[in-house]
Design a protein around this ligand. Structure first.
Ligand SMILES: [Zn+2]
Length: 409
């Protein structure tokens, strides 16, 4: 355990070192193939070399460190996460999973296994620069289409321009794709929520990534004078929306495993002395079971129609996202659970409410994911943290996982 704690301290120090690589002084902000990403590659690349790995950057800007198996013809286990961040991020979201992968390879200390290990630091997951997430993992599964490459950032640069500007050869993009030798993918990631902390647990094994729907619901009434229109003669779109928002909360509370959020409200004309005539309301609803999510959404939309009818309003909606849930691979997930248990930690299965690279990679190869407790449940903020004993636990479980995989090959 002492040894594992020492590794955990080093992993945390490395994450903090990478947090210095930023586009914004005093904060950690790092988008797809920005200048500080080059420095991240340099630092991580040096650590990869120390661990006896070959280092390269693929055509999509993913950093790739190869730790060879005993036999060149062996299959390949990917361990990874992303290296980009949200604006003013913490030091661990994404980066931790890559740094832990390097630490695992380093611990093998040159020992050759029956499978290659490839640690991959994805160039893009958060969608900050081009408004579209998962560019790095989409390249790994060969899902970089022309639409994606032609997207432009705030400066009018296309994805393909960004790749070239970083000094990469965009014609090698197809080579970023995982080969037939892919054995699976494992991602270590902070939970970014309060569940593990609430349960007093170090680690959580992810069994699925929740599916989600995002809509904009529009309540239409009649704007009118706030002083001269009696209460019984109003068609107040915002009062109708408010009634529906509380129904959204009730619906999610009554459906186990479901979360639903109204995060944006836009009433018009938005004056203190005018009855709101039109209100746009966002809805984000998620569940690990797609049929449960769709049924709950159906009930909510019927409820919106009932409220509108009763209040003399009309209601309509636009669907912006309808993303299916992604199950993690049963066999790899079971191996992760065994590794957690063998390391002396309680096993807890959970659903990820947030999207992750693992959900993209799962389309191409078996994928599994391990969460580390997030102190205070905080993420996407500079106060995002991780506990050294949790990093030690994840490292220990990671070593056990590699041993189990070795035993099964
Ligand atoms: Zn992340």
């Amino acid at each position: 355990m002492e040894q594992h704690l020492a590794v955990a301290h080093e992993v945390i120090a490395r994450c903090q070192s990478l947090a210095e690589c930023t586009e914004e002084t005093g904060f950690t902000t790092r988008s797809f193939l920005s200048a500080p990403m080059r420095e991240v590659h340099a630092r991580l690349g040096a650590w990869m070399q120390q661990a006896g790995m070959s280092v390269g950057v693929d055509g999509a800007g993913n950093l790739r460190g190869g730790y060879p198996a005993a036999q060149p013809s062996a299959r390949r286990l990917f361990i990874g996460s992303h290296l980009d961040t949200v604006p003013r991020a913490g030091a661990y979201d994404g980066v931790l999973g890559v740094v832990l992968g390097v630490a695992l390879a380093q611990r093998l200390n040159g020992r050759r296994l029956k499978f290659h290990i490839e640690v991959i630091g994805f160039s893009e997951e958060e969608g900050l620069r081009f408004g579209v997430p998962f560019i790095g993992s989409r390249a790994l599964i060969g899902a970089m289409d022309d639409d994606l490459l032609e997207r432009r950032d705030a400066n009018g640069l296309r994805v393909i321009d960004a790749i070239r500007a970083f000094g990469l050869d965009s014609s090698t993009l197809a080579n970023a794709q995982a080969g037939e030798d892919a054995l699976g993918y494992v991602e270590f990631h902070i939970e970014q929520g309060p569940v593990l902390e609430r349960l007093g647990l170090h680690l959580g094994v992810v069994e699925a990534i929740a599916g989600q729907s995002r809509l904009e619901v529009i309540f239409l009434g009649q704007a009118n004078h706030a002083g001269t229109t009696p209460m019984n003669l109003r068609r107040d779109a915002l009062a109708g929306a408010a009634e529906w928002i509380t129904a959204v909360e009730k619906e999610a509370c009554a459906t186990p495993g479901s979360v639903a959020t109204v995060g944006r409200l836009h009433p018009e004309p938005g004056a203190a002395n005018v009855i709101p005539g039109i209100v746009r309301v966002s809805l984000d609803i998620r569940h690990a079971d797609d049929s449960v999510r769709k049924e709950a959404l159906g009930r909510l939309l019927r409820h919106a129609e009932d409220i509108a009818a009763r209040r003399g309003l009309s209601v309509s909606w636009e669907r912006h996202l309808d993303q299916s849930a992604v199950a993690m691979d049963a066999s790899l997930t079971h191996m992760l659970e065994s590794a957690v248990a063998a390391s002396g930690y309680p096993v807890h299965r959970m659903i990820s409410g947030a999207g992750h690279d693992a959900m993209i990679v799962a389309q191409r190869m078996p994928a599994a994911m391990l969460f580390l407790r997030s102190p205070g449940g905080i993420s996407h903020h500079s106060s995002e943290g991780v506990l050294v004993e949790d990093v030690a636990a994840a490292f220990q479980a990671g070593l056990r996982f590699l041993e189990e995989m070795e035993a099964q090959r």
